[in-house]
Design a protein around this ligand. Sequence first.
Ligand code: GLU
Length: 360
Amino acid sequence: MSKEKIFDENKKVVSILGTGGTIASKVDYKTGGVYASFSPKEIIAQVPEIENIATIRAREVMQVMSEDITPKDWKIIAKEVVKEINSDADGVIITHGTDTMHYTSAALSFMLKNLKKPVVLVGAQRSSDRGSSDAFINLICALHFITKSDVAEVCIVMHENMSDERCIAIRGCRARKMHTSRRDAFKPINDLPIARIYPDGSVEMISKNYRKREDDKPYVVLDDKLEEKVALIKMYPGVDSRIIDFYIKNGYKGFVIEATGLGHVSTIGKYSMLEKIKKAVAKNIPVVITSQCLYGRVHPTIYANLRKLSKIGCIFVEDMLPEVAYIKLMYALAHGNSSDEVKEIMLTNLANEISERTLE
Ligand code: GLU
């Protein structure tokens, strides 16, 4: 791991931590496949103008495509971010594959406590060796966001639309990849973007309620306790409810159900998930209900079938995204000492993962 810092005391210091993904990739012209190989320094060398925006310190933390990132990697990344933030970095950029970037941003949102500086995840949909890569605008906008706004949250900064005109900063627990290949793949769900950023350095604040920078130490506290034995289970017509038995038998400690609509699971005959969920709750395994609709919120009482789930003791987590609930349940299980405490943590808004009002 090498470090480089070109110091200019008038500029803010931004650390760039590389983790791999398309932003660090090039095309292998023999096979036609894209693979991760660039270090952050090599990426930066292709956009020399970023040295005008900030003093850059860059190093590689790992070199993986993001489908291979695991909860253990979130902890490694969190530790490295804390090292940078608690030294002299004014903010951190993490370059990351886009497929699971929103999982990492949610995990960091829970693990980086009392954050007083910005942490921004940046990726690309086209590899950095192509002239058409979106990597450079995303990086430039992320740097402007860190150096010119007073936001101190975990965010994702990526294109807002298909042209290379502007980016948006999306909260770590509200972002989701919504397109396989477009450069504007990331959207804020049940939330507005925090800010819109232009490559010329203008930053338009969209949200008024965000965590602001503070200047007292420690700038962040690492809290990386997670119970990894949590399963995210999708409800769909014809699902084999015995999947829940499988997880119970294998020692899983919590389930998040990606239910349909307002929070439904199947309720009739051999397909019914109700009995299986009852069995889990009786074993003190929390069952959290989210919606695969993504937009909107789950509701425990509108339909008779929803009432059955809430009577069993399922935890309906408002407008929290399923992936975020999956990570938050890992966090809650590692921090709560009883089922009631786990439930209380799940229903407490810790990192803007729950909002009081649903946006139209
Ligand atoms: N699947 C790869 C990843 O997430 C490529 C997508 C990307 O980096 O944009 O790392």
